[in-house]
Design a protein around this ligand. Structure first.
Ligand SMILES: Cc1ncc(COP(=O)(O)O)c(C=O)c1O
Length: 356
């Protein structure tokens, strides 16, 4: 229950499209911005499934959302520039800033803001060196989302400060209480100025294909193209041709069925963990993670994870992987495994915590 990678295989129509692409041998570099047909398909997906019209010109296909975040940081960050991000948060984010000699500023967050940055926290943490803020909604490791009103307040606050908002929506397709809503529609007044990062990795179960995208402000597309061209030339061609099949109705039907399976897993796991004595004050509403307070069992979450692994063979992740704020009292559990294994995992944890 440790790794953030779904157990579901790549959808069959995507595999078939990849096999067709390989058979043609037409596997050359593409435009650094990605295949035009894929950029158009992604833009159509926003219109048809997320109710927001965006120009395909704004869509830049990247080598995973990792490369998307890297490109955006390359564009925005120079030496000593600060980017605000939540602590806890996705661990690689701080390195994307540091690699350009910037300063990632981890802002401690807790259940009172759904473990997310808020406009007030951003306001308080802003300095003259701050260039912007990065939020992930739903988040890794907490699975929580920024409430729509708060997101609008965040976008307005950052615009007032002359900064940039980057929203990581890699888990957006995997939301369980209501339909996914992109920041591009929630904070529509600021949509033209924000960077929205997403990925084929999680919702479309394509982690190893290394494909994601960013919807960027139109005026930055040319610079991002130059960065992509120089840093890695183009996103992987076979993966791009395969990903064209993601938006076929049969693929969407399949990944939506999987979304329902994830929700069932969450609905089993969260109450089970609460019953064991883990603290989960905010219900995770997306992604496939539960961020839980483990201090009732051990004041050192890393020792707790190690002992749990050694005693009953259950792997979960200590808070330390996601930042410093209250890291020693938290763990992350991933429900990226089937129900039978999840039940077994909970049973083993029950044995372990009872014996303590
Ligand atoms: C919040 C978040 N952003 C970005 C990524 C990067 O994913 P990828 O590069 O596969 O799109 C991950 C991976 O786990 C993640 O959890």
């Amino acid at each position: 229950m440790e790794i953030g990678e779904p157990d579901f295989p790549t959808p069959e129509p995507v595999l078939a499209a990849a096999q067709r692409a390989i058979a043609t041998g037409d596997i050359y570099y593409t435009s650094a911005l990605g295949l035009p047909a894929l950029r158009e398909a992604i833009a159509r997906h926003y219109e048809e499934h997320l109710g927001v019209a965006i120009s395909p010109e704004r869509v830049i296909v990247t080598a995973g959302s990792s490369a998307a975040i890297l490109l955006v940081m390359a564009l925005l960050v120079d030496r000593d520039h600060e980017i605000l991000m939540s602590d806890p948060g996705y661990p690689c984010n701080r390195h994307f800033v540091r690699v350009f000699e910037g300063e990632p500023v981890g802002v401690p967050v807790g259940p009172n803001t759904q473990y997310q940055l808020s406009a007030a926290l951003i306001e308080r943490s802003w300095s003259e060196r701050t260039r912007g803020a990065l939020i992930a909604s739903p988040s890794n490791p907490t699975g929580t989302q920024v409430p729509p009103d708060e997101l609008r307040a965040i976008a307005a606050c950052i615009a007032r400060r002359g900064g940039r908002l980057i929203v990581d929506e890699i888990y957006l397709g995997l939301t369980y209480d209501g339909e996914p809503q992109t920041a591009l529609s929630i904070a529509a007044a600021h949509a033209d100025d924000m960077f929205v990062v997403s990925s084929f990795s999680k919702y479309f179960n394509m982690t190893g294909w290394r494909l994601g995208w960013v919807v960027a402000p139109e005026r930055h597309v040319r610079d991002l193209e130059k960065l992509a061209q120089n840093l890695y030339i183009s996103p992987p061609t076979v993966s791009q041709r395969a990903a064209l099949a993601c938006f076929a109705p049969e693929t969407i039907a399949l990944v939506e069925a999987r979304r329902r399976a994830f929700r069932e897993r969450r609905d089993f796991l969260v109450p089970a963990l609460r019953e064991l004595g883990f603290g989960i004050p905010v219900m995770p509403t997306g992604g496939f993670f539960v961020y839980a307070d483990s201090s009732r069992f051990d004041s050192d979450s890393q020792a707790f994870c190690r002992d749990l692994l050694e005693a009953v063979g259950v792997a979960i992740t200590p808070g330390l992987d996601f930042g410093r704020h209250r890291a020693e009292s938290h763990v992350r559990l991933a429900y990226t495994i089937g129900m039978a294994k999840l039940e077994e995992g909970v049973e083993r944890m029950r044995r372990f915590v009872r014996a303590r």
